[in-house]
Design a protein around this ligand. Structure first.
Ligand code: 2YP
Length: 246
């Protein structure tokens, strides 16, 4: 698949090379909810938007070594890399970003290019327990998630509002960057994740699509996707620290 990209970062091609290997794989939600005991699930064959980004990030950091990728995956998905029950998983992207930044996996480059900020207010999981297999029958888990939500709420983060995202993308958003789509859904921070992928001079989203039920490069430009998703408000952009990006 030939992609002419006008905004290259040295590590960006490496990220996209790993990301492209997943194209066509089925979108399957809740693959991490199997069983009652929280353990590391590595299912490269059935992905949702988050597990797709996590698997590609782990493979990129491990330079394709699937054994090392398992260790990176644990550090990407769990607070401090420690698996200790359901709530040790980084459920909210706000905390997933802070953890991955601390671990040196990527850096949030949004603040360098956008002066727009938003205040994080998290309550979605504790106020919709019925939507989560490990919350609907566990008041203890709900209480733990509520404490995490309260701890994370109130912080100010930078984002790029959708009105500033042109169809041709921006010079500072490069191939392979992780795009975290912010939302105005009550109590939620991010509603979807994917990779920046330039195609014929336009910025597209390479993602696990719940509507197309598979991993693909979006037909529409990233900017045009916002007109079809009214609850999308903008984007936080992460640059992966792959060896050639360091
Ligand atoms: C996350 O949802 C879940 C994690 O519990 C789960 O729902 C929340 C707050 N967190 O471990 C993880 C992996 O399954 O998914 C994601 C979800 O996006 C879905 C998967 C998608 O678009 O494919 C992350 O939070 C990324 O954006 C949001 C979105 N959740 C909701 O819209 C409720």
């Amino acid at each position: 698949m030939a992609f002419t990209s006008c905004a290259q970062s040295p590590g960006g091609e490496t990220v996209l090379r790993h990301a492209f290997t997943f194209i066509g794989r089925p979108y399957v939600a809740h693959t991490l909810e199997a069983g009652n005991e929280e353990k590391l699930v590595t299912n490269f064959n059935e992905v949702d938007c988050t597990t797709y980004v996590e698997y590609v990030l782990a493979l990129t950091l491990a330079e394709g070594d699937t054994l090392r990728a398992q260790d990176y995956l644990k550090r990407i998905r769990y607070r401090g890399g420690v698996i200790d029950g359901y709530t040790s998983r980084l459920h909210y992207v706000t905390e997933w970003i802070a953890n991955g930044t601390r671990e040196g996996f990527f850096k949030d480059i949004t603040a360098r290019h956008s002066r727009d900020s938003l205040k994080v207010e998290l309550s979605f999981m504790s106020s919709h327990p019925e939507a989560y297999q490990h919350l609907k029958d566990s008041p203890t888990h709900v209480r733990q998630i509520k404490t995490i939500e309260q701890k994370l709420s109130g912080q100010i983060v930078f984002y790029l509002p959708k009105e500033y995202i042109p169809r041709e993308g921006l010079p500072w958003i490069k191939d392979g960057d992780i795009l975290c789509i912010t939302t105005d859904i009550e109590g939620l921070d991010v509603v979807h994740l994917g990779f920046a992928c330039y195609k014929e001079g336009k910025l597209h989203l390479l993602h696990a699509s719940s509507s197309h039920k598979k991993v693909l490069v979006s037909e529409d430009s990233f900017a045009d996707m916002f007109s079809r998703n009214k609850m999308w408000t903008g984007v936080r952009v992460l640059r992966i620290n792959s060896s050639s990006n360091r």
